[in-house]
Each structure stands twice: as C-alpha cells, then as structure tokens.
Design a protein around this ligand. Structure first.
Ligand SMILES: [Mg+2]
Length: 379
C-alpha cells in the first residue's frame, strides 16, 4: 500500500460527569473525595488518503489537564509520519518528552495517540482491533463493577447485580475495604445471597494493611470469590505475594501501575494470580501488548482495568481465558454499545475499536488543539 502519511491531528479534553458521586474504600478511609467526573484525552488522526482514527486516555480526579498539555506539546511531531509504524512513532514522542520520564502522566498522554494509531491501523486492514492483533476468541467473560460501589446502599447493589446478570453480564464485583469490617461482611453476604452461584469478586482499593488483608481474606474464603482485588497498597509487591501464597482465593492487582516496568516488578515478585493492567495508564496498546506477553509467560491470568472499549479487544487476544470489566460510565461518549450475552462481552465486528464520538462527547469537550491540515469538509 502506498505511503499514507498523517496530515491532521486533533486533541480534545472531555469532562464526563458521573450521574452520582462515586465512593470506594479510599473515600471511606479519608484519602480521597467522592468522584464526580472523569477527564478524557481524545486523539483523532487523519491521513492523506482520508483514513480516520480515534483513541483515548483518561484520568480520574487530578491529572487530565496535564495529560492534555503534554500531548499538545508533542503532537506536532506526528504530521508527515507513517501511522502504521507505531512503535517507532511512539519512541519519537517518548524522546520528545524524555525529561519527564517513561511512566505516569507523560506516557498516559501518549497513550491516547498510541490507541488512535492502532485504531487507524486496524481500520486500514478492514479488521476489528482484536482481528488485527490476533484473537483467541470472539467474546470475553465480563463482570460488572459500576453497580457495586460503597456509596450505594446494599439493597441497590443487590438490585444492580441482579439486573447486570439479567443483561447477560457474567459476574459481579463489589467494593470492600470499609473501615468497619462488619459492613464488608454484611454486604458480601447479601450480594452472595442475591446472585446465588454467579461469579463474584471483591475490590478493597488498596485500603487494608497486610494483617487486615490476611484476616479479611480468610473470612472471605467461604464465599468462593473469583478474586480479591487490590487488598494492599498498589506498590507492595512483597505483601501481595505473601497474601497470594497464604490464601486459596486468587489475588488480583495492577490497575494503578503506570508503566510496564512497574508491572515487571509485580510479575517477578509473583505478587498476583491475576494481573490487571490498564492500557491508557501504562502508556497505550503497544505497551500493554509487551506486558501481556510477559504476564502470559509467567502463567498469570488477565483482567484489564476499566476502559472496556479498548480492553475487550486486548483481552480477546490473551492466550488464557480472561475477564473484561463492564463499566457503563463511558456509554454517553460513544454512538455504539457493546453487546453482552451469556455472561460474555461480544467483540464488535466494526473496524478498529468500533467506536465513534457522540454529539454528547463533543458537547462535553472543554479544550481542543489541532495540528496539520484537514481535508475534511466542515458542514
Ligand atoms: Mg479496582
């Protein structure tokens, strides 16, 4: 195929308001305030032949404006590049910001661009992103998270759980880590009773110390959980490893880590049975795929964090049967909906990620930056 260079790049900062303020254990322990919105960085790229890609990164609470600012500084370098040379283009952007490092905000800004380049490459091939990478399956087991936050009364959590299962979602995750351990146990008991034998997970969002995590983990063993998520501080690889050895229930963690290098520490310490990388947080799809190779070689299961619109494709390409996290929060940003059936999320057949930005997404845009020349006729 003829060289088809990048001619135009648009970056957008979008603030997604949440319907209700969200609290997990970090709010109940006083570390964070309830979350009311999520900041997105969207990247849209056009090529000389008129191909268009879209990608995104995000930040919960602080960090969104910094991601946008960093991407705006380096995006000019994309003009004239071959959009299919993703790792080389990525490295070029990385060197432009080398002074601020290869993790965290700096690479999360690049993630929106990287995801966009993958979307574009899959569209050029006429394949869904999973089809371009190489899928093992055309649907992925899915569980719901958005119905199980600690701010929701337990009756509502049980109702949400039953509705999720009736909508074809395969499992239910609830938040734990409440400072009053009796609250956790009562909520877990109620949800287990409400959903019968359906797969159930809990997430403590890093709010236990090592002793508490072991005691709570032991009390949770009879509930036959699929996993206990983030029982400890995200960077306590040694503590997670000890817990994974002590408990029968699998340990899952990794969502807070901001680079492949940080995940390598987890993998080497055998700190988790199930690894939970987040492509936007680790710097994009290119980085995620490197990490997935290492995780598979170490024999780990995979359950990527958040952003199901991206992670559904990536999970479909993992050799071991993974889980994908169902969050309905991002639905208003896109014109398309992901289908769930028989406990699984179906990989869409649309080319690329299979998403287009909605009118509502445009209306929530608070800043944009454009580079290059667009052939698109504005109407
Ligand atoms: Mg979590």
């Amino acid at each position: 195929m003829a060289f088809d260079p990048i001619t135009h790049v648009t970056l957008s900062q979008v603030i997604l308001p949440l319907r209700t303020a969200i609290s997990d254990a970090k709010v109940f322990t006083g570390r964070q305030r309830p979350m009311t919105e999520v900041a997105f960085l969207f990247c849209e790229i056009e090529t000389a032949q008129g191909l268009q890609g879209v990608g995104f990164s995000y930040s919960k609470r602080a960090g969104g404006p910094a991601q946008f600012a960093h991407a705006r500084e380096v995006a000019e370098l994309l003009i004239g590049e071959n959009p299919s040379d993703i790792p080389r283009v990525y490295d070029r952007l990385l060197w432009a910001g080398a002074s601020v490092g290869r993790s965290g905000v700096a690479t999360q800004a690049l993630a929106a661009i990287d995801v966009c380049l993958w979307d574009l490459k899959a569209k050029r091939a006429g394949l869904p992103l999973a089809g371009l990478i190489g899928p093992y399956r055309d649907s992925v087991r899915t569980y719901n998270t958005s119905g199980g936050f600690l701010n929701a009364p337990i009756e509502q959590v049980c109702e949400n759980a039953q509705r999720s299962l009736s909508e074809g979602i395969g499992g239910i995750k609830i938040k734990v880590g409440h400072p009053d351990h009796r609250v956790d146990l009562a909520r877990l008991e109620a949800v287990r009773a409400a959903i019968g034998d359906a797969p159930l997970m809990v997430d403590a969002n890093q709010q236990w110390d090592r002793a508490t995590a072991l005691r709570m983990g032991r009390r949770f063993e009879p509930y036959d959980l699929v996993w206990i998520e983030e029982p400890l501080d995200a960077y306590d690889a040694e503590g997670h490893a000890e817990l994974a050895r002590q408990l029968d229930t699998p340990i899952a963690t990794g969502e807070m880590l901001a680079s492949v290098a940080e995940h390598v520490r987890l993998i080497e310490a055998r700190a988790a049975d199930i690894i939970q990388p987040d492509a936007p947080r680790v710097g994009g799809i290119t980085q995620f795929l490197r990490l997935a190779t290492l995780a598979d070689a170490a024999g780990l299961d995979l359950a990527p964090h958040f952003a199901m619109e991206i992670h559904l494709h990536l999970a479909a390409c993992y050799p071991r049967e993974p889980w994908v996290e169902h969050f309905d929060w991002l639905d208003p940003l896109f014109n398309e909906r992901l289908e769930t059936r028989d406990g699984r999320m179906i990989v869409p057949e649309r080319p690329g990620l299979g998403i287009t930005l909605s009118e509502q997404c445009r209306a929530w845009t608070t800043a944009t930056a454009e580079f290059g020349v667009s052939d698109r006729v504005l109407v």
